[in-house]
Design a protein. Sequence first.
Length: 287
Amino acid sequence: MFNHVSVAARLILLVTLTPTVGAQSTDLTLDYLPPHWLVIRGEHFPGKEIRINYLEAYCRAGSTEADWVQHTVIKHSPKLISLSADKKTLKLRDTVSDGVIVDHEITASDDEVTFRISAHNPTQKNSEVHWAQPCIRLGDFTGYDNRGRDIDDYLLKCFIFVDGKLARMNNIVPWNKQARYVPGQVWCPKGVPRTDVNPRPLSEIVPSNGLIGCFSSDEKWIFAVAFDPYQELFQGVARCLHSDFRIGGLNPGESKSIRGTIYIVRNNVEDLLHRYERDFSSHLEKN
């Protein structure tokens, strides 16, 4: 006997499981490579992976005019705690040379990666750990050769927000070129001492918000990142962008929490801003 119900059920299941023509997955996964490279992978965006030196450095205050090696950097040792089987959740632990323990829980979803960071000082002395640098390498995403001689070639793809509007970095004026170390550009937000940021050229411009990012080589995707609290926004010398997060020192027994989000989304600036403002409403109050 021909089972019409069975056939209908199978057709419904087939339609449900068949991808829509033209649809593209925006699924993201994580990986971790020695000595401390966080890797975000996705089949949909140019380059198919974004590498982050996570973390490049923990830093002291008084850093703007100081020697990077002799004064600013506080050494640390990273350790991979776990990576889930589906490569969606990654846990790391950094042990800073002064005894501070920093735990990181990093989670990938459809089009974003979230960071939950806990810094704890178990020692009996004050810690000078003031801020930290995730160095996000974006040459492949923006379409520029990581070995190219012009290390500022990707600036026309990169942006911050100035006077409430998206500003591509190749159009930002003034652009400071004087500092202890060059090139690069640092933007210091309100409430952060200008003596406590990266020793690269410090812009006189105060950004409108804490979002920094870039467009993909084909202009179809946006990468953007924000942390709370944050110390600075920074364009560096490795075709990189930074939203460097603030710890602010730790007293004996003290703990502090930091959070962050990386967005890898379709090119719709208005939608990106709505998500950022929802996720980081405290930044709006400060700015």
